[in-house]
Design a protein around this ligand. Structure first.
Ligand SMILES: CC(C)(COP(=O)(O)OP(=O)(O)OC[C@H]1O[C@@H](n2cnc3c(N)ncnc32)[C@H](O)[C@@H]1OP(=O)(O)O)[C@@H](O)C(=O)NCCC(=O)NCCS
Length: 178
């Protein structure tokens, strides 16, 4: 299966809203009951090319063999409040989701996460490590990220939003010596 990423466009918003309203995505991604209007308001600014660079989070649609199956996003860890919380300043932060249940639990989550980190995030030479922070109860996500090479760093409760997080980190691979 060929996985590729393209920047989020306004024509993708309908899919994004649909995916975000999926029960499993709402369970782990948003407080239940988040409305379509709130979801659009969050994602629409990322689709405006003239505003690229102003938004800290870079968002991509995940394409698998011509099917749009989900979303991957990353930002550089320049939020001091989070950096101190996770004791991991200088990290990029990554989030992924597969929007439709039929595409989950087939090995795609681990593959797309690994490919996204190495192809998109580590393309920025200043990024030394990636962090991802699933809910400690989100077994499939934790397992998928382990398979992608992430390792558990610590579990903490955020003082910012009160949520528990199972912090996982993946270091940039050392350059090969030739
Ligand atoms: C999290 C997500 C990206 C993972 O992608 P995926 O394609 O389902 O993951 P994979 O198939 O690569 O791996 C899932 C692993 O979890 C295992 N698993 C399934 N259910 C599980 C459970 N309840 N507890 C523990 N492990 C579980 C699977 O067996 C598999 O491991 P294996 O290959 O060793 O057998 C995807 O499920 C998703 O988008 N879920 C909804 C939104 C979400 O949770 N996003 C992440 C927020 S941090």
């Amino acid at each position: 299966m060929a996985i590729s990423f393209r920047p989020l466009a306004v024509t993708d918003l309908e899919n994004v809203v649909r995916w975000m309203l999926d029960d499993d995505v709402q369970r782990w991604w948003y407080p239940k009951g988040t409305s379509e209007t709130e979801i659009r308001a969050e994602y629409e600014p990322s689709t405006q090319s003239e505003s690229h660079g102003l938004h800290k989070t870079a968002r991509y649609i995940v394409d698998v063999d011509g099917h749009d199956i989900g979303l991957a996003q990353w930002h550089f860890g320049d939020y001091p409040e989070y950096a101190s919380e996770v004791q991991s300043s200088g990290s990029a932060w990554v989030d992924v989701l597969i929007g439709l249940p039929e595409w989950r639990n087939r090995g795609l989550g681990s593959e797309l996460t690994s490919q996204f980190v190495h192809e998109i995030v580590f393309a920025d030479p200043t990024i030394q490590r990636c962090a991802i922070d699933p809910d400690p109860e989100n077994g499939p996500a934790i397992r998928a990220y382990e398979k992608a090479g992430f390792r558990h760093a610590r579990t903490y409760r955020s003082e910012t939003d009160g949520l528990s997080a199972y912090l996982m980190v993946l270091e940039r691979p050392l350059p090969k010596i030739t």
